[in-house]
Write a protein that binds this ligand. Structure first.
Ligand code: 3PG
Length: 206
């Protein structure tokens, strides 16, 4: 399945408590140059946030993260999500993800998990939590054994180390909360978020 993140080096991973924060937050990120937004299904308002961004900012590439059950796939798609991300993969999620017709990034952190995901037809995977599972060194070791498989590392990725990940041939994009963490969103720090997004959107390999 083609990955839809060709034009961005960073996907902000967003945990949003209040639906009213959706538009100012998404606007700050988009103004900062980040158009692909992963809204995690970790709060009761997440689906409402996805719905609002999909409706009011149709050019934003809003997706759902922390997709754990097949019901999440349906709910996210119905809310208007344009891509789906899971921290892992199960047989039923693979089927639901494929049936959704949306770009779907399941998670894998071991060679066997990568191979299972590939058997299901996935070639673009989330690698989470990247830091705990070997970070740059692990993905570097996987590049020659898994040609054609690309990864979006998240978890411990930051402004300081994102370029190291992006320098890997199998990492087209990274994700993380550093651009807009829960506290920045809660306090409505849209200017700070826009600034961090601007810096993130310019991140390139060293
Ligand atoms: C994710 O779901 O990808 C993580 O919560 C991101 O982790 P981070 O806070 O270390 O960026």
């Amino acid at each position: 399945m083609p990955q839809p993140f060709d034009h961005t080096p960073v996907i902000p991973v967003l945990t949003i408590e209040r639906v009213e924060d959706a538009i100012p937050l998404a606007t700050a990120l988009i103004e900062g140059g980040l158009n692909a937004l992963e809204v995690t299904l970790r709060t009761p308002s997440a689906l409402g946030v996805i719905e609002k961004i999909a409706r009011d900012l149709p050019h934003a590439l809003v997706g759902a993260g922390t997709v754990l059950r097949t019901a999440d796939v349906t709910a996210a798609k119905n809310a208007g999500a344009k891509f789906l991300v899971s921290p892992g993969l199960t047989q039923s999620l693979a089927a639901a993800g494929i049936a959704s017709g949306l770009p779907y990034l399941p998670g894998a952190v071991t060679p066997s998990e990568v191979m299972i995901a590939r058997e299901f037809g996935f070639s673009f995977l989330k690698f989470f939590p990247a830091k705990e599972y070997g970070g740059v060194a692990m993905l570097k070791a996987w590049a020659p054994i898994f040609p054609g498989i690309e990864f979006c590392p998240t978890g411990g990725v930051s402004e300081a180390n994102a370029a190291e990940y992006l320098a890997l041939p199998n990492v087209p994009v990274v994700g993380g909360t550093w651009v807009a963490n829960a506290e920045a969103i809660r306090s409505g720090d849209w200017a700070g978020i826009r600034e961090r997004a601007l810096r993130a959107s310019k991140l390139r390999p060293p």
